[in-house]
Ligand binder design. Sequence first.
Ligand code: SF4
Length: 381
Amino acid sequence: MTISTSEAREEAIRAEARLLGFDVCRFARADAPWSAAERLAEFVAAGRHGEMAWMETTAERRAHPTGMWPGARSAIVLGMNYGPDHDPLAVLSEPTRGAISVYAQGDDYHELIKKRLKALARWVQDRFGGELKVFVDTAPLMEKPLAERAGVGWQGRHTNLVSREHGSWLFLGSVLTELELRPDPVGEETCGSCRACLDVCPTNAFPAPFQLDARRCISYLTIELKAPIPHEFRPLLGNRIYGCDDCLAVCPWNKFASTAREQALHAREALRAPSLADLSRLDDPAFRALFAKSPVKRIGRDRFVRNVLYAIGNSGEPALAAEALRLLDDPAPVVRGAAVWALGRLLPPAEFEALRERRTRAEVDPEVAEEWRLAQPALAL
Ligand code: SF4
């Protein structure tokens, strides 16, 4: 095939991207100035990235796409719709079940998208030449502002990307290339006066519209934070055990979104509303088996069971205290500490005090001993 005009080249790339399963393929200048660098610098300077030290150490490279690769001229920005086929917030009213973020209920999108991005990159290079590099979330490229520049959508008040066609449910990936591709019109912010995402946030993680304090965000707390989750946030987690969809799910633009085309991105039945009791019994091999090919696997069994125990503490279900009692003997301090907190919420005060009396002296880990000291039996329920 002979490509005679630049426009035909962009259309051919779009068609190939569609064939590969992408729902969106648009183009942006990679070398033009932008203001995203200042927003990132402010975010890092205010410490809002919490323990995500990579954000700080890569800030300079992340400041602009050409910081990642000076040769980049254009960006091919790809999106894959992962719209759920169910109401992702319905599980929040089932306190004995765990809520796992929609993106993590299916297969790991990083793996899925990376393969396809590489296939697209090979195809573009074979057809049109030029060096290129592939990025999907794990690389420190600022994909949301780049997607906005390519007109995939705009960064909404919740700071995530919003698309007119796919609402807030888009996985993003990018290919940077030396090719001079014709840029698409930039996305225009179309949130209007809506502030549903800000108002729904259980932890008040938005200091202002379009600004997120990751340290307060349940996605950060349950996924990125290795230490025990600060006490002030635990009651606010509800039954969210891996991530949080609230601000995404209430976005009115979702009404235009369809269910994910890609079967691998659909929720696995076992992860839609799993029983907290069952999850609390996972040992390492069982955890790995249940979350094979799932992004959840990355946080490891101990951190995951920690989250499950906070949800058990929030369940208001006394029968679940038996699971927390059993986990007081878990080898992982982060699990024992969360079990203490859950029992403080579920046991009658006298029973908890007797337990505290028996157990505190035997506890060797200072952080878990501190959990015993701080626990306030049944006060919060
Ligand atoms: Fe708040 Fe949840 Fe959105 Fe994080 S994901 S900002 S906790 S609503």
